[in-house]
Every structure is written in C-alpha cells, then in structure tokens.
Design a protein around this ligand. Structure first.
Ligand SMILES: [Zn+2]
Length: 74
C-alpha cells in the first residue's frame, strides 16, 4: 500500500527573474548569454530599481563619465 499521490511539483523558477535590459541602448542578452551578461554588464540602481548597462555602453559610459569629471573638476 503505497499511496503517494503527491507528485513532486518541480519549481523551475530561476533565481533572478529580473529582466536584463540595457538602460542605455535597450539591448537584451540572448538566452545562452544571460549568465555571461550578468557578470559582464554593469549593475546600478536608479529610483530604487536595478538597472543594467551592457558591456559596450558601460565602456562608453566610463569614457563620458571621465569626460564629465574632467569638466566638472574645474
Ligand atoms: Zn547598451
């Protein structure tokens, strides 16, 4: 008598379900490159929400930030 009616409901919920969208250019990483993007994209917060900047835009951002710093320095 083995009445095991409870089926193991697999919860295939991913740990981070937050959408990965570049705030600058709106790019989204491919499914296969999602994990790579999580590690290579720049993460920030704006208005209490998590924002992501793709590798390319963050690189350009750094340049513009440096340029801004240069002018704001004086
Ligand atoms: Zn971008």
């Amino acid at each position: 008598m083995d009445e095991n009616g409870a089926q193991g409901s697999m919860s295939a919920e991913s740990m981070s379900a937050e959408p990965l969208v570049c705030v600058v250019c709106g790019a989204t990483p491919p499914e296969s490159g999602r994990y790579a993007a999580l590690t290579s994209w720049s993460r920030g917060t704006a208005d209490g929400r998590t924002t992501w900047t793709c590798e390319r835009c963050s690189r350009e951002n750094i340049r513009s930030i440096e340029a801004k710093l240069d002018t704001a320095w004086w």
